[in-house]
Design a protein. Sequence first.
Length: 210
Amino acid sequence: MNLILLGAPGAGKGTQAAILARELNIPTISTGNILRAAVASGSELGKQAKACMESGALVSDEIIIGIIRDRLAEPDCAKGYILDGVPRTIRQAEAIEESGIRFDHVVSLEVSDETIMNRMSGRRVCPKCGASYHVVAVPPKKEGVCDVCGAELITRKDDAPETVRSRLEVYHRETEPLKEFYRSRGVLVPVEDMGSVEATSAAILAALKE
């Protein structure tokens, strides 16, 4: 099963991707992770991405999609995958489609802006290993400490209210139109926020079986 997870920043894509990956036994392909891996590998596309990042420029769609295509060709993706973080725009979606990549379902997590504002104020991130938590929804076992590596958790600048509002504006303008793009292709699966991580996961899995 080849999936995309769509949703506004703070909608819970990363959390749900991890759960779905475990339940469906397929890998999550995070754009940020594969970009870093490509740079570390020293591949030709990785070198191009590194040059862009070091100059402060945005990594081009062509490079990102090339890196995604290489990653999806690896053996662990043979039975499916979950794409998280891309496409972000209609242009990227069209380029992915033109490269021959197809999706069985595109899950759109439907969460109100008000809920996201409240949710993101409680987010905490591990600066060492990147693990994500939430003080209410997904708290660490020990307050303020990462379960994975024991580092002290931080609040990212991205989670400041003014930053969240700005990111939501960008999402509504650039990424939300993807819902209609994938609806027209018959693969969009809208899933309403159910109020808890577990309930939303159950709703996604039920929708995928329909």
